[in-house]
Design a protein around this ligand. Structure first.
Ligand SMILES: C[S@@+](CC[C@H](N)C(=O)[O-])C[C@H]1O[C@@H](n2cnc3c(N)ncnc32)[C@H](O)[C@@H]1O
Length: 296
């Protein structure tokens, strides 16, 4: 059995089926995995004992913690049902919306990847914010920015609204002045709303609330691994499901995108990768990005 402090912030070159058994019970704060998809005739898509690994992940996770699992199609559906039977609660299904398609010859090309957030216990997902400009990376960028500017500009002309804007900027206080309306109809009398201009300024300062559809360009990825995920995507997921100093485990580490996301956000990491070529890439990326790395 490993001592958890000895494997903290290391990448293990080995088979998760054997390595996970050496990790102590309830020693991990969060697991994020992108397991083989069972689709490709490629060395990275090797079969593994799903039930064994998923049961081990449940054992090593602390109570009130999260598991994030990537996948697609029928295999992902089967994985979620299996994980639920093992004891995980299904919290949310999310997508990474890309700017390019994968199977462009298909009648319905794929422009997203799916992942699920599950929990051991019933901890709520963290509320996170995305920087205003980061969130506007899609085609509507300029239009959105222009509308925001127009809303603020018109708010400045109204005396009461201007006071509300000042109050938010100077004291961080939002004054709610009415009920939430949609097309002139009161949607919910218990949900109060503020001026649109104040909302726009709050979005610029605080950012948007993170949501289940994450727009991140695929072009931004360095291409060291066939199924490499952007560090930006992993960072945003990590913030939702863990806190600073937590230990994040990725037992299908590949080129180490989860681990780099963990480092970027002041989390500890443990990676496991079976393939020597990918293991070396993973270690090199960590070394390059951080300068401190210890292999096992
Ligand atoms: C889909 S890829 C992960 C890619 C990763 N998300 C990234 O951004 O680079 C799955 C990885 O799991 C590894 N793998 C497959 N079976 C494994 C096992 N039993 N133990 C450890 N790693 C394994 C493969 O070699 C592959 O690199």
């Amino acid at each position: 059995m490993y001592n958890i402090d000895d494997i903290k912030n290391t990448v293990i070159h080995g088979d998760s089926e054997a390595e996970l058994k050496k990790i102590p019970d309830e020693s991990i704060d969060c697991v994020i995995i992108d397991p083989p998809y069972n689709l490709l005739k490629h060395k990275l898509d090797r079969a593994f004992n799903r039930e064994l690994i998923y049961k081990e992940l449940y054992r090593v996770l602390k109570n009130n913690s999260f598991l994030v699992v990537f996948g697609s199609g029928l295999q992902l559906c089967k994985d979620i049902v299996m994980l639920n039977k093992i004891g995980f609660n299904v919290k949310e299904e999310c997508i990474w919306a890309k700017n390019s398609t994968t199977n462009f010859m298909s009648n319905l090309p794929r422009r997203h990847e799916s992942f699920y957030i599950l929990s051991k216990g019933n901890k709520p997902i963290n509320k996170c914010y995305i920087d205003y400009f980061e969130n506007c990376v899609n085609e509507k960028k300029i239009e959105k920015l222009f509308n925001t500017y127009k809303r603020i500009q018109s708010g400045l002309k109204n005396k009461e609204e201007l006071e509300a804007i000042k109050k938010y900027i100077e004291d961080g206080i939002i004054e709610y002045n009415g009920s939430a309306r949609k097309n002139g109809i009161i949607a919910n009398s218990s949900v109060k709303h503020t001026y649109r201009s104040v909302d726009c300024i709050r979005l610029l300062i605080r950012g948007f609330v993170e949501n289940t559809c994450m727009f991140i360009n695929k072009n931004s990825i360095d291409k060291e691994h066939e199924t490499q995920k952007p560090i930006e995507l992993m960072s945003r997921i990590i913030k939702l499901v863990s806190n600073e100093d937590d230990i994040i485990l990725d037992c299908f580490a590949g080129s180490g995108s989860t681990l780099l996301g963990a480092i970027k956000n002041n989390r500890n990491y443990i990676g496991i990768e079976i393939d020597k070529e990918y293991y070396d890439i993973c270690c090199d990326r960590i070394k390059e990005k951080q300068g401190l790395f210890a292999g096992v």
